[in-house]
Design a protein around this ligand. Structure first.
Ligand code: NAD
Length: 513
């Protein structure tokens, strides 16, 4: 039994929720629209939220600008201490926030909790990072000179996020940005604003107890128009945008036009290569988790499998059997592995893509239908589809944000499979299943996978936060989370110091006055 009223009460979401972070609804003026948020789980209303208007937007930006002046003066490890306390608060509310993620997005509860765990993990990473924002030192070509580079806080960071990871994407950006001395303005997806308000409510107490200036962590609830305003706003040096390639192109153009910095995390068209040397037991499990997990709504979802002709039939038979038995249903129920799509429009896209691919010559092996019954009356529950197809089909070339898995056959050496894998416009995640080191090393080599993520004997989805996350080509080129991804949130400065009594010039240039 889920205590829905308890979740709303614990996360402060009972009434109509504010349009922006400070919650002072009289701060901005003008009328606001109220939107009711419905759950894809049962179609029921969860709560209501205001959408921000133009005055709200300006109020948030000005508050954030003021906050930055103060926040950047805090020593980085002190900022890290705030992030440590935020991580602890998230631990306290992991259960309720994870359930709200399930309620608002429809992902199964294990994944809802997993998403909150990812937020906690990035807080831990950011705390350590707060003592390691280091640059390099170099040897100068000039005597009695010293050179080094250092990183300074950048300023305001706009975070535009997608519905499918409604809170983790914010934390990947916001926690790193916070230790770097930046302030954040988060525009969550209009489909999942409640989880954003809940996050702010969770961290509010930490911010108050530690006298963190108002405006370090902001959100603005609204649609694409708020995202567009952020992209055009030259007061915001960095826009980090996660979502479709269509959206990323618009944001990239706007930010580029003002020579701002953008970090784009866009759509994927991820493939798993299964060679004849693969451990098929491992491969099948990874394929199913990657293809149907989150109902096919992860940027790293496995959309294509490229299978060697010698093992193709056995892979097809085994997948078909599993697909026919998938536990689909209410994501709050234990044992369910596939919940609903986010909304009816997503179901329509799913059906339309299947129709198109069949018209192009694809063959539906199983699935591909909407589940309609008394229990499933939302029109958001579908049977994941397995389709035999060719890589060059225009439908296969696109990302359909739903559980459609395309099976593609290859013959010959592994390089043939890699060519097929790379022959799409996106470049996010990729995997190979093989126990042959020549095949796996070819896949990882400079003439192998062209994706930002390339895995061996694990699937395409479920990245750890320790690595840099992101992809190439139409996936946008951005990197978030671990490794040295923090550098994008700071401005780099090179310093040369002369402690001699002369003024020698670089490159031996003579300029005698
Ligand atoms: P979407 O592009 O419809 O919306 C994402 C966000 O962009 C929302 O907040 C939306 O309001 C905003 N937006 C839309 N148009 C905009 C515009 N013109 N200017 C500024 N902001 C705008 O995406 P979605 O349906 O919420 O999410 C699914 C997509 O996100 C998929 O393509 C998926 O692959 C991608 N995604 C990518 C990653 C990644 O890390 N690469 C992670 C999660 C999701």
């Amino acid at each position: 039994k889920i205590d829905f009223a308890g979740i709303l009460s614990e996360l402060g979401l009972k009434n109509i929720n504010p349009a922006f972070s400070t919650g002072k609804l009289d701060a901005g003026k003008g009328k606001r629209t109220i939107k009711e948020i419905f759950s894809p789980v049962d179609g029921g209303s969860i709560s209501k939220v205001y959408f921000a208007n133009d005055e709200d937007y300006d109020h948030v930006i000005v508050t954030a600008q003021k906050a930055f002046e103060e926040w950047r003066q805090w020593p980085a490890p002190k900022r890290g201490d705030i992030v440590r306390q935020i991580g602890n608060k998230l631990r306290e509310h992991k259960d309720a926030l994870g359930k709200l993620v399930t309620w608002e997005t429809g992902k199964i509860m294990q994944e809802g909790w997993g998403e909150v765990q990812e937020m906690i993990d990035i807080c831990d990473l950011a705390v350590g990072l707060s003592r390691q924002l280091h640059g390099f030192t170099m040897h100068s070509e000039r005597p009695e000179h010293r050179m080094y580079d250092q990183y300074h806080p950048l300023g305001l960071v706009g975070i535009i996020s997608a519905f499918n990871f409604p809170v983790a994407v914010w934390s990947w950006n916001a926690m790193l940005a916070a230790v770097c001395g930046d302030v954040c303005i988060w525009k969550p997806s209009e489909k999942t604003p409640l989880t954003a308000v809940a996050c702010q409510n969770i961290i509010k107490q930490v911010l108050k107890e530690n006298q963190v200036p108002e405006g370090v962590f902001n959100y603005i609830i609204g649609g694409a128009e708020i995202g567009a305003r952020l992209s055009e706003d030259s007061r915001i040096p960095l826009i980090s945008a996660t979502g479709s390639t269509r959206m990323g192109k618009k944001v990239g153009e706007k930010v580029g036009a003002r020579l701002g910095r953008s970090l784009l995390e866009l759509g994927g068209n991820n493939a798993i290569i299964v060679t004849e040397k693969a451990d098929l037991d491992l491969a099948i499990r990874a394929i199913v988790f990657g293809a149907v997990g989150t109902c096919g709504q992860r940027c790293t979802t496995t959309r294509r499998i490229i299978v060697h002709e010698n093992v193709y039939d056995v892979v097809k038979r085994r997948l078909k059997k599993i697909y026919n038995d998938l536990p689909i249903g209410n994501p709050f129920k234990q044992g369910i592995l596939v919940g609903p799509l986010i909304d009816k429009a997503a179901t329509e896209n799913y059906l339309a893509a299947l129709k198109r691919v069949v018209k192009e010559g694809g063959k539906l092996i199983t699935g591909g239908t909407v589940i309609e019954s008394r229990e499933f009356k939302t029109g958001t529950y579908v049977n994941p589809a397995l389709v035999e197809a060719k890589n060059e089909f225009s439908t296969v070339q696109e990302e359909t944000f739903a559980p459609i898995l395309y099976m593609i056959k290859y013959s010959g050496p592994v390089i043939e499979a890699i060519k097929i894998q790379n022959d799409v416009k996106q470049g996010l995640s990729s995997s190979i299943f093989s126990n042959d080191i020549r095949e796996t090393e070819t896949f990882l080599s400079h003439f192998g996978s062209d994706c930002g993520i390339a895995n061996v004997n694990i699937g395409t989805s479920g990245a750890e936060i320790g690595g840099a996350f992101g992809g190439e080509k139409e996936t946008g080129g951005g990197r978030e989370s671990g490794s040295d991804a923090w550098k994008v949130y700071m401005r780099r400065q090179t310093n040369t110091i002369n402690f001699s009594s002369k003024l020698p010039l670089a490159q031996g240039i003579k300029f005698d006055l």
